[in-house]
Design a binder for this molecule. Sequence first.
Ligand code: HEM
Length: 258
Amino acid sequence: MIARIRAWALGVGQAAADWMEVRTGVVSMLEHFLYEPVPKRGMWLYTLGSATLFLIVLQFLTGILLLFYYVPTTDEAWNSIYYIMTEAYFGLLIRGIHFWSANVLIVVVGLHMLRTFFSGAYKAPRELNWVVGVVLILLVTVLAFTGYALRWDAEGFWAWEVGIKIGSYTPFVGSYVATFLLGGDTVGPATLSRVFAIHVWLLPALLAPLIGIHLYLLRKHGEFGSEFEYTKRLAELRERKQIEEYALYEEGDESPRE
Ligand code: HEM
């Protein structure tokens, strides 16, 4: 019985996929998008980019849901978060996911960066993708820092007060950027409005197209492969060269080199 239901469900699924494929080509597009060959050695490390992508999409989705209740004013910010956690349906869960996946995101994006560095994936012709990655990690860090202030509790408040103070000592631009971010000389209502605009609008608007460019460049060049894979390929090339040289020697053109 179960086997028959499963066969029926598979048949219906296949028919729906075929119907969609004929009209939009979306199935073959997805197949092309989802399958990217990766080197056999260290293959799990090649999932870190996709894990980062998953977490950042999760941040966007849970962030949109939090916006239904969050109020970006100094009087109401913390109260609205308290309301989300105690009264709103699934509020505790959604805020929990947003908070924890933000923390995990920072770790995972760092590990992804380390993987690309140690496998040499920053080398030509992938330098531009590395540069896009550097901009992405900076934006993700600012995303986390601005999110911290939105809670408007003592921790977030003082983290901003101290963080901005440190940043303001950056030569030439530091004090201007600090005044712009604070909306004055010290953390206050104007700061919260600006931080909110940056966290909710500016950064996602910059991150989305940059992630698109990152993935486009990845697809254009493919995965670089690990150091080991590279070594193996070099050994194969050397072996082929030796065979060719030996073939020349057999023909009597020149003597084989050691
Ligand atoms: C929002 C942040 C990021 C997202 C969503 C993201 C996503 C991805 C994905 C899905 C891949 C393919 C799978 C993989 O190799 O793991 C990839 C590859 C790559 N990423 Fe990222 N990434 C991000 C940040 C970074 C950072 C911070 C760097 C380095 C500074 C970086 C550099 C690269 C490079 C060079 C590749 C090509 C890897 C290769 O050819 O082997 N990415 N990224």
